[in-house]
Design a protein around this ligand. Structure first.
Ligand code: PEP
Ligand code: MN
Length: 342
């Protein structure tokens, strides 16, 4: 349920409401908007719901108490009307800016990572990506360089000044990788790895949560809800295509999910046209379309020599292709920003 405080409610009144919620064995989550404070109440209230609502409704400073009909609560627009804006280093994600994440699928060597980083930074990327722990479909495929890869990625950050994002696959990796990376990625295959989601909720790093291969939007938002309700409000959603009957593309890019998510949630939405299409020549048109659809940014795979890549070469842009694409995205973003999305 949502406790909407009246405009001008005092901090003491907010605190009293929080105390009552905790007294009922539930957890308060506060959202401070420009106008007023909204307190999301989560927990298993069961048949006491009406009683708890009536009890909170009469406290001083409370304007209304309403049930949240959607299963996702803290991630919903009902809880927070303003876009969540995530600050990472010098850059912000969400709230009208354009985020461009770029880098290799897998970090293969120091030279490959640094060469890619220098090129994408010069071309205007705002965040560097690189996979160190790789979730590969085949156990015989390159599995990533692990913590050595993370070190090359952080070296790339020192050189370029850009924040870095890398994937974690199991709860034990969350803390050690969070010491080095600015953003942690949870990949499509792990979208419903609940222990991983809860571990990601315990670190002070933004989490980029990719959509599961066959996940509905609601399942995806419920996965985000795990992270937020575990204590980490900084979640970025990444649409990366879903599996359908179509086989020409690696996945089917669900671009309607972008405005849909902006309607349902305050969290920023990024689109990954590389994994969504699986084909290098489809990446640019879909990246442009994603920005036109209102995405807060894109994430693309880039490799100095895609034909020799150890992972996802067919969908990786060359350095030149990325440099040619980046200004187009900025132009499209300039055209569509501020336009109504619904
Ligand atoms: C990746 O970003 O390299 C990756 C493995 O993506 P996904 O989880 O979307 O397949
Ligand atoms: Mn990849």
């Amino acid at each position: 349920m949502l406790v909407v405080m009246s405009v001008g409610a005092t901090d003491e009144e907010v605190q009293t409401v929080r105390d009552h919620i905790e007294g009922d064995g539930l957890t308060p989550h506060e959202s401070r908007g420009e106008q007023r404070v909204i307190i999301g109440v989560v927990g298993d209230v069961g048949p006491r719901k009406e009683q708890v609502m009536n009890h909170l409704a009469v406290l001083p400073g409370v304007e209304s108490v309403t049930p949240i009909s959607k299963p996702f609560k803290l991630t919903s627009r009902d809880f927070r009307q303003e876009d969540t804006v995530i600050r990472v280093g010098e850059t912000t994600i969400g709230g009208g800016s354009l985020t461009v994440m770029a880098g290799p699928c897998a970090i293969e060597s120091r030279d490959q990572m640094l060469t890619t980083a220098d090129a994408v930074a010069a071309a205007g990327a705002t965040i560097l990506r690189g996979g160190a722990f790789k979730p590969r479909t085949s156990p015989y495929s390159f599995q990533g360089l692990g913590m050595d890869g993370v070190r090359f990625l952080t070296e790339a950050r020192e050189r370029t000044g850009l924040p870095v994002v890398t994937e974690v696959m199991e709860p034990n990796q969350v803390q050690p990788v969070a010491l080095h990376a600015d953003i942690l990625q949870i990949g499509a295959r792990n979208m419903q790895n609940f222990p991983l989601l809860m571990a990601a909720g315990k670190v002070q790093r933004p989490i980029m949560l990719k959509r599961g291969i066959s996940a509905t939007v609601e399942e995806w938002l419920m996965a985000a809800e795990y992270i937020v309700s575990s204590g980490n409000p900084e979640v970025i959603l990444c649409e990366r295509g879903i599996r359908t009957f179509e086989t020409y593309t690696r996945n089917t890019l669900d671009l309607a999910a972008v405005p849909l998510l902006h309607h349902l949630t305050h969290l920023p939405v990024i689109v990954d046209p590389s994994h969504a299409t699986g084909k290098r020549w489809l990446v640019r048109p879909m990246a442009v379309a994603a920005v036109a659809a209102g995405a807060d940014g894109i994430m693309v795979e880039v490799h100095p020599n895609p034909d020799d890549a150890l992972s996802d070469g067919e969908q990786s842009l060359t350095l030149d292709q990325f440099s040619a694409m980046a200004p187009v995205l900025r132009t499209v973003h300039g055209q569509v920003r501020g336009l109504p999305t619904g």
